[in-house]
Ligand binder design. Structure first.
Ligand SMILES: Cc1cc2nc3c(=O)[nH]c(=O)nc-3n(C[C@H](O)[C@H](O)[C@H](O)COP(=O)(O)O)c2cc1C
Ligand SMILES: [Fe+2]
Ligand SMILES: [Fe+2]
Length: 394
């Protein structure tokens, strides 16, 4: 990616990772991702906001080399995670007089993760300002989007808010702006679902904090920039609101087809009753798609067979993941087929303590489902229908 000018003295110098397939070694990236870095050249000083993943640091270095006689005075580190900070040591080698400007918590993490020496830092506090001459930066602490040390940076003269992971999207593009497109929004939702959703309760106060500043552009450190900031802020407000949608997510797998008979029955009956159903076969499902669906869904159904006295390992794994990302889901139901006995449903219930869900029935059946098992499915369906009606979404 070549250097792109955003405003006079403000440039995008980050890199696209078009062919990255997996984030955090777990979330698929159908459209790649990007690590954005921004260069701000003021009349007196020059600042670089965030760097890039070390795997692509040559791209950042080449971009910086495009600026004749460039001297970086400040490296603003908004987040210590390596996809943004990992190239700081290399940039410090290139510009030995540069200082890393960040908050106390981020400094500590950068020392621990990257071994940056103590004397390289300038530590700032919430709302501190840094003048570059004709351009002024204000630092706004926005904790837990994504780690405890994350912060945003406001560039007053150009009305740009740099937000790092906050409002970021997994979307590699040569375009500077998101243009409110659905596909970028999907990339942003994929980012939110895995990274931000567990810290949903911190997001409102961070939005309140940043909204006190007058900005026209949100410049995150993943994906394109938002030149209609309301669009992405409203999407976030929708995702974090306690309101759920008339949707059921079914997380299933079935070795010999017995559990699948019930999943198909559930699917048909729920759809007949006007509920959107998204089934995910855990063998092949994209974990990002599952997380995205759980941003809105009112109900989750866990459906997998019993293996070696407990849940099928794919079921155990998804239970752990769902519990960790803490969706706002309100209702849950549990299905398992077994051969001679086991503890699958008990195990799943014991491992979803983070979910504030009302249980809407469970079904344990031996081998293939029988007539009475199908009847039990209809009972579960009716309870889901009633539950969705009771909160006014059906
Ligand atoms: C590897 C393996 C281990 C199993 N372990 C148990 C078990 O510990 N307890 C049990 O009741 N059934 C066990 N079963 C039997 C299955 O739970 C049973 O066949 C069930 O009907 C399979 O459902 P499915 O057709 O949806 O895969 C096991 C089956 C397999 C293949
Ligand atoms: Fe992060
Ligand atoms: Fe990130």
């Amino acid at each position: 990616m070549s250097v792109r000018k955003i405003k006079d003295g403000v440039y995008a110098v980050g890199v696209n990772h078009w062919d990255r397939k997996l984030f955090d070694e777990i979330i698929p990236l159908p459209n790649g991702t990007s690590y954005n870095s921004y260069l701000i050249i003021g009349s007196q000083y020059t600042a670089l906001i965030d760097t890039v993943d070390p795997a692509l640091q040559d791209g950042l270095i080449n971009n910086l080399k495009e600026f004749k006689d460039l001297k970086v005075d400040y490296i603003i580190s908004q987040h210590a995670e390596q996809d943004h900070s990992g190239s700081i040591p290399k940039i410090l080698e290139m510009y030995p007089d540069a200082k890393v400007v960040t908050n106390e918590k981020c400094k500590e993490l950068l020392i621990e993760h990257l071994g940056i020496p103590d004397e390289k830092f300038i530590v700032i506090k919430d709302y501190d300002k840094l003048s570059l001459g004709n351009k002024t930066l204000t630092f706004i602490f926005t904790p837990w989007v994504h780690w405890p040390e994350t912060m945003s940076t406001y560039l007053q003269e150009d009305k740009i808010l740099f937000t790092c992971d906050f409002f970021g999207s997994h979307y590699a593009t040569s375009e500077l702006y998101a243009k409110n497109s659905e596909i970028v929004l999907e990339g942003a939702k994929r980012y939110y679902a895995e990274i931000m959703m567990p810290f949903r309760n911190f997001i409102k106060s961070n939005i309140n904090k940043i909204e006190k500043f007058d900005f026209e552009i949100i410049a995150p450190s993943h994906g394109p920039m938002w030149n209609d900031p309301k669009f992405i802020i409203n999407a976030y407000l929708d995702w974090i609101s306690p309101v759920v949608k008339n949707e059921v997510v079914v997380l299933y797998t079935s070795m010999h087809g017995s559990t699948k008979v019930i999943v198909d029955e559930l699917y048909n009956r729920l759809v007949e009753n006007g509920i959107k159903v998204t089934p995910f076969n855990l063998v092949s499902a994209d974990l990002g798609e599952i997380a995205i669906s759980l941003v809105d869904a009112a109900t989750i159904i866990f459906a997998f067979p019993t293996v070696l006295t407990g849940p099928h390992p794919l079921g155990a794994s998804i239970t752990y993941f769902v519990n960790a990302i803490k969706p706002k889901t309100k209702f849950a139901s549990f299905i398992t087929s077994y051969g001679w006995g086991g503890m699958t449903i008990k195990w799943v219930k014991e491992h979803i303590g983070n979910l504030k869900v009302e249980m809407l029935g469970e079904l344990e059946f031996k081998g293939l489902p029988k007539k009475e098992d199908i009847e039990k499915v209809n009972e579960i369906v009716m309870r889901i229908v009633e539950a969705h009606k009771s909160i006014g979404i059906l």
